[in-house]
Design a protein around this ligand. Structure first.
Ligand SMILES: Nc1ncnc2c1ncn2[C@@H]1O[C@H](COP(=O)(O)OP(=O)(O)OP(=O)(O)O)[C@@H](O)[C@H]1O
Ligand SMILES: [Mg+2]
Length: 273
């Protein structure tokens, strides 16, 4: 069954059936995704299709207790905006016979923060790029600080699950992959570390130690939980865990400089002066 959050669209319903059967209807292209999802985009109609594939054998029993990945993604897409955070609008979702759960969202005109930094802000050679890189990191710190202030832990806060809108200032972010988000009155310390480590999963050439400090200072300005000593303990723990984690990763999987130069030339990454 397909549940529409916008008026029912018969043509789109037929395309969803095809996508569910793992064929690509006209106008759709497949998008690189994790092994636990199938993602496709329709650029002309600004739509993303995502099918949720089971992560492990516990997926179904967990779904009985907490709701399926699809249900949780829908709930998050409704609660996040009420708390002041952007996330792509859901057009339709559901499960088709013999198929996986799926979700259809409106495309954000944006790019993953990880790819953005790797493509446009890797060791910036001019003052303008350097300025905007720092601005992007401060804005990102503010976003995560506000998220934690609201009691929200993102389930998978890797840099490419935060989309930054093209051609918009101040930098505006949209959160994706929200299905494992959790809300707390007071967030367990361990989960704060976890989110801060996730968002820092960028190679040294993309994020220097001072860049990380810049992010962190802005984060602390927007999340007032820690006194000075606690903040410096947290920063050390996050830094050491991040460095250890990075040393075990393949650099290619962190953030690839694969986005077109024209975005910068057209002033979509930062204003041209
Ligand atoms: N509504 C959207 N607007 C713009 N881009 C999107 C949208 N939905 C998905 N994308 C793009 O598609 C990519 C893959 O989608 P998504 O992050 O949801 O899946 P995933 O990370 O591969 O799966 P998993 O949830 O199993 O980790 C994203 O990194 C993003 O670039
Ligand atoms: Mg993702």
């Amino acid at each position: 069954m397909i549940t529409w959050l916008t008026p029912t669209n018969a043509a789109l319903a037929a395309e969803i059936q095809q996508l569910n059967a793992a064929t690509l209807p006209n106008g759709w292209q497949s998008v690189d995704s994790s092994p636990y999802a199938k993602v496709a985009v329709n650029a002309d109609h600004s739509l993303f299709y995502k099918a949720f594939l089971p992560r492990n054998i516990w997926e179904t029993p967990k779904a009985w207790l907490r709701g399926s990945r699809g249900q949780r993604a829908i709930t998050q897409s409704q609660t996040l905006p009420k708390q002041g955070f952007n996330t792509p609008a859901v057009i339709a979702w559901g499960k088709l016979s013999g198929g996986r759960e799926f979700m259809l969202t409106l495309a954000v005109n944006g790019i993953g923060v990880g790819s953005c930094i790797a493509s446009y802000f890797r060791q910036p050679s001019n003052a303008q790029a350097l300025y905007w890189k720092r601005e992007l990191l401060r804005s990102l710190g503010k976003l995560v600080g506000q998220l934690h202030s609201a009691g929200i832990i993102h389930g998978d806060l890797r840099p490419n699950n935060v989309l930054v809108e093209l051609g918009k200032q101040p930098y505006t972010f949209h959160l994706i992959d929200n299905e494992r988000n959790q809300s707390f009155k007071r967030i367990p310390y361990k989960l704060i570390v976890k989110n801060l480590v996730q968002i820092g999963m960028l190679a040294d050439i993309d994020l220097s130690r001072t860049d990380r400090m810049r992010f962190y200072q802005s984060y602390l300005q927007h999340y007032s939980r820690f006194n000075r000593a606690a903040a410096s303990r947290l920063s050390l723990e996050v830094y050491q865990t991040t460095m250890h984690r990075l040393s075990t990763k393949n650099p290619d999987r962190l953030g690839s400089p694969n986005l077109p130069r024209t975005h910068v030339d057209n002033g979509l990454i930062y204003p041209l002066s």
